[in-house]
Design a protein around this ligand. Structure first.
Ligand code: SF4
Length: 276
């Protein structure tokens, strides 16, 4: 029997839903899963925007963000995940430019000088139903006196069919805030930097749905841990799985897709198959 994790975060729940075997490699075996370039661009932008919101509203300017980005960079570029990207000079410049576009993209969707920020990067540990939940909320704001949960996104805004997972995640933060602050947030917002804000009213129904799904995933994890059975769930995403070399089903899926011409050439595992 494998020990249950102490807490369940939205990203861990989403990973288990995606592929229990991949979840085991990461959360049970503790094998490192290096952050990809896009995730690291997002991490740097998050860090700078967090620092920006520590300033009084009138001082949250683009110039201030530039200064903060310059100050934060030396520490970030020594991070082992960033070093692991092994970027050439031109690629590193492109990385910094991409990160800056994400940061500056905040002003395309809102004026941070007009936001009443209550907290940033707030860690919350609460029981949501029977699930010991942990989450880090990017930003909690007040608009017109009402509590609003805000989550930065540096990736591309997903199409309507694919938004539910992101909305569920931010609803979990709303449910956790209700528990920890005793106040139900009025709205939950996904801030797609440089694109648009997805602004969703927090309702009892949405909170119940989000907590219900989390409870189901937690039950699935409990069963998998008890039975020590973490099934593979091969999809095109095996092309981005860092554990594919240890997973026969994932490799078979990639070979099948390669033969069918349905494996995107930019999938990191495509190169792996090409040299096999
Ligand atoms: S290769 Fe695919 S099936 Fe195997 S662990 Fe990774 S995501 Fe899951």
């Amino acid at each position: 029997m494998v020990d249950l994790p102490q807490h369940l975060s939205p990203s861990s729940a989403s990973a288990f839903e995606g592929c229990p075997r991949r979840w085991r490699f990461k959360y049970v075996d503790r094998q490192p899963e290096p952050s990809g370039q896009a995730a690291l661009v997002g991490s740097f932008a998050h860090r700078v925007l967090e620092l920006l919101c520590e300033f009084p509203p009138a001082e949250r300017t683009v110039d201030r963000a530039k200064t903060l980005a310059k100050q934060a960079w030396p520490e970030f570029e020594t991070d082992e995940d960033y070093l692991g990207l092994e970027l050439e000079d031109a690629e590193a410049r492109a990385f910094r430019w991409q990160a800056w576009l994400s940061i500056a993209g905040l002003w395309d969707i809102e004026d941070p000088a007009k936001v009443d920020v209550v907290s940033t990067e707030q860690k919350i540990l609460v029981d949501l139903g029977s699930v010991p939940f942990v989450g880090i909320v990017d930003r909690v704001d007040r608009f017109g006196g009402k509590l609003v949960v805000s989550d930065y996104k540096s990736g591309t805004l997903p199409g309507p069919r694919w938004r539910n997972d992101k909305i569920r995640q931010v609803m979990l933060y709303a449910a956790a805030l209700r528990q920890s602050m005793g106040e139900i947030p009025d709205r939950a917002r996904l801030l797609y930097l440089g694109q648009r804000i997805l602004d969703v009213p927090v309702t009892e129904r949405r909170l119940e749905d989000a907590v219900g799904s989390l409870t189901e995933v937690w039950a699935g994890i409990a069963t998998a841990c008890t039975e020590e059975s973490f099934e593979p769930r091969p999809t095109v995403l095996c092309g981005w799985c860092p554990f594919v070399e240890q997973c026969p089903e994932g490799r078979a899926e990639l070979a099948r897709r390669m033969d069918a011409g349905s494996l995107p050439a930019h999938a990191p595992a495509a190169a792996l198959l090409a040299v096999a």
